[in-house]
Design a protein around this ligand. Structure first.
Ligand SMILES: C[S@@+](CC[C@H](N)C(=O)[O-])C[C@H]1O[C@@H](n2cnc3c(N)ncnc32)[C@H](O)[C@@H]1O
Ligand code: SF4
Length: 376
């Protein structure tokens, strides 16, 4: 039986953070109920009892601000529409200031078994600068609540390379996350997204990004510290205690199939990649008028699939398997890229282990170059 992941998107947020260009909107809560009804209709349309779902990711936006009962209804509708693995991993993303005991209990009782908390930084000044509405103490309180109702698998998202961020702040943030005993930590380097408030502030010289060497220093600290604390870097930005790697994200990096539901959600299924309308209003109207919510749909060619397999596979500690690539794409990298592979090994950027190409930590810092050399 074919195994897939499911992604469900909730695009509502209390306010829009300065740096965020995800499909998320503030002050749209009056649409929550209509959106939710449309979402359930979309899920029911895809009902398929011939595929097995082994991971569900409820992301956003901020799923934790959905009205009471939304998450438990969502979970029971997913169970009605698909065969859900008894060992399924179910993640919900939340912002620290919207976690309550009642919500956490609802998540636990509805079968969610992994909670991802967006801390970003433990500095209240930096949180304010980013336009976030929570404090460090809200984070501590949220994790305590999540643990108190019995969740054992908790992720925390952190950011490095923020304006006015110092190495001492990164140390303080990661030490706090370690103290809270999270099983998984994502450490993202800030991406300055176009048309965000942060980009405007930087373009107008109101704020400055740290120099590249400083951000590299912050990341290097994270690598060393998290390793010492027993977190394994299993993907370029993701660190986990043994056995707590995120199955949903691993599925994506390994080119596994997934269905995405909700406004702006992406899917990869039967060799097609597609994405839904991103506007909340248009999404609801399309569903209610029985019009497709798919905005773009394209079949992935074999050469695109090869490139994506290399690009995504090299992000992880499992790397890319030369024999599997030879079998699936009829490309023998050891022959076609012999000199390049030797050079990358000699420069310490990759290792070749049991016919798998795996980037080293220095390789991760030049990953785009490595990918380009292997696929071009
Ligand atoms: C889209 S958010 C959803 C979770 C939740 N709303 C939150 O903000 O914590 C998922 C994660 O993406 C990361 N992220 C968002 N914008 C980013 C950016 N511009 N650069 C790097 N990471 C970003 C943050 O770490 C965030 O926790
Ligand atoms: S809360 Fe999360 S999704 Fe919402 S705007 Fe902030 S970073 Fe984006």
């Amino acid at each position: 039986m074919k195994k897939i992941g499911i992604y469900v998107h909730f695009p509502f947020c209390v306010s829009k953070c300065n740096y965020c260009d995800f499909n998320s909107f503030a002050n749209m809560d009056e649409y929550q109920q209509d959106y939710f009804n449309a979402l359930i209709k979309e899920i029911n349309q895809y009902s398929n009892k011939k595929i097995l779902v082994d991971s569900i990711y409820i992301g956003g936006g901020t799923p934790s601000i959905m009205f009471d009962g939304a998450i438990s209804t969502l979970m029971s509708e997913l169970r009605k529409s698909f065969i859900i693995d008894s060992d399924v991993e179910v993640t919900i993303e939340c912002n620290p200031n919207s976690v309550t005991i009642a919500k956490a209990r609802e998540w636990k009782e509805s079968g969610i078994n992994r909670v991802s908390v967006g801390l970003q930084t433990a500095s209240n000044n930096l949180l304010k600068l980013l336009g976030r509405k929570h404090t460090k103490n809200d984070y501590i309180n949220a994790v305590q609540i999540i643990k108190s109702v019995g969740f054992a698998n908790i992720n925390t998202d952190c950011l490095v390379g923020l304006p006015r961020q110092k190495l001492s702040n990164v140390k303080h943030t990661l030490k706090l996350v370690k103290k809270m005993d999270c099983t998984h930590i994502s450490v993202y380097s800030l991406i300055l997204e176009k048309n965000t408030k942060l980009e405007e502030l930087i373009n107008n010289h109101k704020l400055y990004l740290p120099k590249e060497e400083k951000t590299i220093g912050m990341y290097n600290f994270a690598l060393q510290y998290l390793k010492e604390c027993g977190y394994d870097r299993y993907e370029i930005s993701n660190f986990a205690k043994k056995g707590f790697e995120c199955r949903h994200n691993l599925n994506t990096w390994k080119m596994g199939e997934y269905l995405g539901f909700g406004a702006g959600a992406h899917s990869y299924f039967n060799d097609f990649r597609y994405n839904n309308l991103s506007s909340i209003d248009k999404y609801i109207k399309a569903i209610n008028s029985n019009i497709s919510v798919i905005e773009n749909k394209e079949k992935i060619t074999n050469s695109e699939k090869f490139e994506e397999t290399v690009m995504l596979g090299l992000r992880t500690k499992y790397g890319i398997d030369i024999d599997e690539i030879k079998q699936e794409f009829k490309i023998d990298l050891l022959k076609t890229k012999k000199d390049i592979i030797s050079k990358l090994i000699a420069n310490g950027f990759i290792n070749l282990v049991y016919n798998k190409i795996i980037p080293t930590n220095s390789g991760y810092s030049v990953l785009n170059k490595i990918i380009l050399e292997l696929v071009s």
